[in-house]
Design a protein around this ligand. Sequence first.
Ligand SMILES: C[S@@+](CC[C@H](N)C(=O)[O-])C[C@H]1O[C@@H](n2cnc3c(N)ncnc32)[C@H](O)[C@@H]1O
Length: 406
Amino acid sequence: MKELRIPQVFIGSATSLPFPDAHFDVVLTDPPYYDNVNYSALSDFFYVWLKRTVGDLYPELFATPLTPKSEEIVADPNRQGGRDEAKRFFEEKITQAFREIHRVLKPEGIAVIVFAHKTTQAWEAIIQALLNAGLYMTASWPVHTEMGARLNAQETASLASSIYMVCRKRVTDEVGDYSRVKEELERVLPERLAELWRQGISGADFSMAAIGPAVEVFGRYERVERLSGEPVSVEELLGLARRIAAEFALRRILKHGQLAGVDNATQFYLLWRWNYGRGLVPYDEARKLALSVGVDLELLSRQGLIKKNGSYLRLLGPQDRRFAGKVVPENLVDALQLAASYWGQGKEQELEELLASLTCPLETFWRVAQAVADRLPDGDKERQLLHGLLGRRDRARLQQRLPYER
Ligand SMILES: C[S@@+](CC[C@H](N)C(=O)[O-])C[C@H]1O[C@@H](n2cnc3c(N)ncnc32)[C@H](O)[C@@H]1O
């Protein structure tokens, strides 16, 4: 008969584990998600009452007046004195914790690390920490874990899933050649993305789930270098993966439509709505989205498509934009929003002229309109305007058919 082991619970910091080297077959952890929740501050609310009521039964758990803060792994600009400092602190501490996992894991052991975050900054930090700690990812699984109605799901775009990263101790110190890694990413990633797509993962969850397969490719190496010997950063490698994922997603969002007639600003618009709906997006996140499709945020801001809102950006809809005087659209998204605005105001004549003057194929125009409308929630003004426009197209098509075709 197998020996029955009684589970044991220890209290302490993940940055210094009370276990010998090469002790565990598996380590499974749900570490802090960058800046998402300041657990120690949250815990203080309960701690003060628990200390008074059951504190004497567990004196070692209630030794301090409030919960300990200094070892808490969280990116908190207020506590650490700025955003860059917060990123550095988180990366250092989570690397220490991952090094401890590496130390206590048997050579053939497995570490499962759960992570979820909608910003690439947080992902860069966690992936860099994994690699620094000598762990590499052999598989990754998106698992539906979050509730849509939770507090921070409301104004900014939120995620429905977390990624379970299955990691092992890296055994080689091989250096990856950038051109080969790039070629492998371009070959392997679309196959894995197709799998995620088939599973029905979409929007920000899809973009996040795409990170795993990319890290499975480049994380095998101790580091990746160009021919010149210059190292390639995790930020750049994830940027490349994002470009591949963006192109893949755009083709699917447009129902296998051609990207050729869809200019970069419109690709940006589509991806934004697909990833974040009407949510506010942190500036840096928007910048990376812009990079993935080759547009300049400043230019989009001058053209009136995006607007600053504190440290966040908002992508405007046709109802938010002022199209004054005779407007010549700069790109497809402008044309689409102008058309929706004309439709909303009942400006039939202007709408006809605009549709007749389009330089892109009409089919592309309608595919973009449909894709954006599908992504917005019921009751949304932009969705209503786009649906109105699409309804007008359907009626016009019906009228063009011969009576026996109707
Ligand atoms: C994402 S939460 C895990 C939540 C947990 N899976 C649950 O369902 O309750 C991350 C946890 O890591 C804890 N944490 C932060 N820094 C730590 C450290 N240095 N050592 C151990 N735990 C830490 C936080 O207090 C928080 O409870």
